[in-house]
Design a protein around this ligand. Structure first.
Ligand SMILES: Nc1ncnc2c1ncn2[C@@H]1O[C@H](COP(=O)(O)OP(=O)(O)O)[C@@H](O)[C@H]1O
Ligand SMILES: [Mg+2]
Length: 697
């Protein structure tokens, strides 16, 4: 896929220059100086020869076929070059030139014209406004980057050219090699999704690293990421998370969802490892590119100093790794050569006077312990230890190891040489224990994600015709918000359980309805204008008799007349009271990039205070629904604490899956809330007692 970009047999540089100050010179220079063996054609209107290569005035004059054209001419000339490519049957173009949508509306228009024309001509484009592309296997460096990455197995793509420069510089310093390097620029055509898929197919790429500010087509991106993640880890740092949009939203779900929630959910659901910082991105890259994935959570720490060992243990506690006690055989074997003051119980503290031999012997023993899945080696440069000898010892043992080994050699001057030895032999070396644990934790969760069984999806029967009818009548009335009775109809169409409810227009009517439904009942204001009924004194629960109905009818209507006089009052809803249950909230909100998103959390009237919610992108699989239920902090409450029976978690899952199906079936739903869904004890189901739906045409 995209072969002509990464492994072309011929390259043309349009805008090649003899002037070393020009980008057109840098690109050509990078192509010729790093060993690219294909044909190279500098295109320059006047020059006869550049850097020893015959130059041509335009693409048409080049005598043979061109696989890829790298374009570095002024923005206003790019369309003409595109036309030339069309005529010359060049199907792959890298537009380095800046001055398009990143500059504003005029530039955006110019870029849109390029999009339209390149599609008509069947030309694929990387860029514009990018640094270029590099492939270390074909040794093509078609970029104006300062230098060539070492050959390796990390594929890197970035939406920022500056990030490419920073990563390249870091990698050269850390001896980390790359397979491919792609600066996406403005992504007018080829985006992160295609590049991820092409790196997924590239045999030289084992780990994919990315820097992103936005994602073009969320669902397509997730599908591609899921496919590729099955075999190769994808590590992405996402910047530019805003919460401005959330403020604009009216419903609970809308108010609680920011686009970062969508990215977080999308990454979780497609196995992408999210790096929260550049530091984490570098740290993950080192570990994933050089070490096998841990087979399980158990970690052994070998250290010559207590402090860093404790820091690592703390970090371990905050992760999904386990600091398992050393098994007896291992402890006995360690006791054979470690001094009595050493600790053999993990962290294994070989104490301050440890020599490189002691490190070596300890590591050998721990490597042979099959209960240990991962090893972290900490070292502080005491006078007693030859750090470089320790590093050499680790390198020799790591050769045959089938579990990840990572190191933290703390300090600087005393460990610089040792770190270099480790880097040269692809043993990850971190500055601080916390970074190493975070990297291992990411590896473990990625392994677990990869081992998950195939996702299952459920499909429910639903009266979609009825839903369409209701939406049509709402639109006809130029409304967006469904009134509660309409929202209930929608839920009914998707077979949600609902309490018996009827609107009474008079006190007498309310008394009659309450006795028909049966006490206790709940009474609520019925008005399209009252959003949060409780806040307005519009809800009364636990009504046991006629007198209470009369009082509640009066209280509720007068509260609303007092506090929201303009509100239209349709009456008072009399509703079957659902016996005590756990209050949870379910919701739909729509994300610009990823489409419908489902929210789940602890519900009731304190939802926006607690903000204990989880998000996933629809359609939800059974596994995603289960995962998001477990994700909330108060999940233990649902499982039942202090002798309380567990809540009916199956009923919650079922409700989430129905809501997800509804969100997919009806793209016009922009927001929806069920708050609360009252969840009864296990086996007794769940009832949606309050709901709201907002649609757009
Ligand atoms: N049918 C019902 N059975 C039991 N409790 C209910 C019922 N309806 C509402 N409640 C309780 O009243 C609270 C507020 O009611 P709700 O209809 O959600 O109003 P709002 O969210 O607009 O304030 C709910 O969180 C729940 O605790
Ligand atoms: Mg409510």
């Amino acid at each position: 896929m995209l072969q002509h970009f990464f492994n072309p047999s011929s390259v043309a540089v349009v805008g090649a220059s003899q002037n070393p100050a020009k980008i057109g010179y840098d690109i050509l220079n990078n192509i010729v100086r790093y060993g690219y063996s294909g044909d190279v054609y500098p295109i320059n209107p006047t020059a006869k020869e550049i850097l020893g290569y015959q130059a041509y005035p335009d693409l048409a004059s080049v005598p043979s076929k061109i696989d890829v054209a790298v374009v570095a001419v002024p923005a206003g000339k790019v369309m003409d070059v595109l036309e030339q490519c069309g005529k010359k049957k060049v199907d792959s173009v890298v537009i380095i030139t800046a001055g398009f949508k990143e500059t504003g509306p005029q530039g955006a228009r110019l870029e849109q014209e390029l999009v339209t024309r390149s599609r008509e001509l069947g030309i694929r484009v990387v860029g514009p406004n990018c640094l270029g592309i590099i492939d270390t296997a074909s040794t093509l460096n078609a970029s104006f980057a300062a230098g060539m990455p070492l050959a390796g197995h990390i594929g890197f793509f970035s939406q920022s050219g500056a990030m490419c420069v920073a990563i390249l510089d870091w990698a050269l310093g850390e001896n980390v090699g790359f397979s491919r390097f792609v600066s996406l620029g403005n992504k007018m055509d080829i985006s992160e999704t295609e590049i991820m898929l092409s790196m997924g197919q590239d045999e030289n790429t084992r780990v994919i690293l990315g820097y992103l500010e936005s994602i073009e087509d969320g669902p397509r991106f997730m599908k591609a990421a899921r496919q590729v993640s099955k075999t190769k880890p994808i590590i992405i740092i996402k910047s530019g998370t805003t919460s401005a949009g959330a403020k604009a939203a009216s419903s609970h779900t809308g108010a609680l969802a920011g686009s970062d929630h969508a990215y977080r959910a999308a990454f979780k659901q497609s196995g992408i490892i999210r790096a929260e910082s550049m530091r984490a991105l570098f740290g993950y890259a080192m570990a994933f590119a050089s070490q096998p994935l841990p087979r399980g959570p158990s970690l052994a720490i070998i250290t010559n100093s207590g402090g860093p060992g404790i820091l690592a243990a703390d970090a371990c506690d905050r992760s999904s790794l386990h600091l398992v006690p050393t098994k007896k055989e291992t402890a006995d074997r360690l006791r054979e050569f470690l001094p009595p003051s050493a600790s053999v119980y993990n962290p294994i503290d070989i104490i301050g006077d440890a020599s490189h031999e002691r490190y070596q012997k300890t590591l050998e023993v721990v490597l042979n312990d099959d209960l240990i899945h991962t090893i972290l080696i900490l070292l502080t440069p005491t006078a007693a230890v030859d750090a470089e000898a320790v590093a050499r010892g680790i390198v020799s043992l790591a050769k045959d190891a089938d579990k990840p080994i990572i190191t933290v050699f703390m300090g600087e001057r005393g460990v610089r040489g040792a770190r270099k030895i480790l880097q040269d032999h692809a043993i990850p070396s971190y500055d601080y224990p916390e970074d190493s644990i975070t990297a291992l934790d990411a590896m473990l969760s990625y392994r677990r994600w990869r081992e998950k069984p195939e996702r299952q999806y459920r499909h429910f029967e639903a009266d979609t015709r009825r839903v369409r009818e209701i939406f049509a009548s709402v639109v006809k009335q130029h409304r967006h918000d469904l009134i509660e009775s309409e929202a209930r109809e929608i839920l009914k169409a998707y077979r949600f359980r609902l309490p018996e409810s009827r609107i009474a227009k008079t006190t007498k009517g309310a008394v009659r309805t309450a006795s028909e439904i049966g006490y206790p009942v709940v009474m609520k204001i019925a008005s399209p204008d009252v959003l949060h009924k409780s806040d307005m004194g519009g809800v009364r629960v636990g009504i046991e008799n006629e007198a209470m109905v009369e009082e509640a009818f009066f209280d509720i209507t007068s509260n609303i007349q007092l506090r929201q006089p303009e509100a239209r009052i349709l009456g008072v809803m009399v509703q079957e009271m659902v016996p005590q249950g756990k209050e949870v909230i379910l919701g739909i909100t729509r994300d610009m990039q990823f489409g419908p998103m489902i929210m789940f959390g602890l519900g009731g009237i304190y939802v926006e205070v607690l903000k204990d919610v989880a998000f996933r992108i629809a359609p939800l699989s059974v596994e995603s629904a289960d995962a998001m239920i477990r994700d909330i902090r108060s999940f233990p409450l649902l499982r039942g604490v202090r002798g309380e029976p567990p809540a009916d978690i199956d009923a919650i899952r079922d409700a989430l899956l129905r809501l997800s199906q509804m969100a997919i079936d009806f793209p016009e739903i922009i927001e929806a809330d069920i708050n609360p869904l009252l969840v009864r004890p296990e086996g007794l189901g769940a009832v949606a007692v309050d709901s709201r739906i907002t649609i757009q045409e």
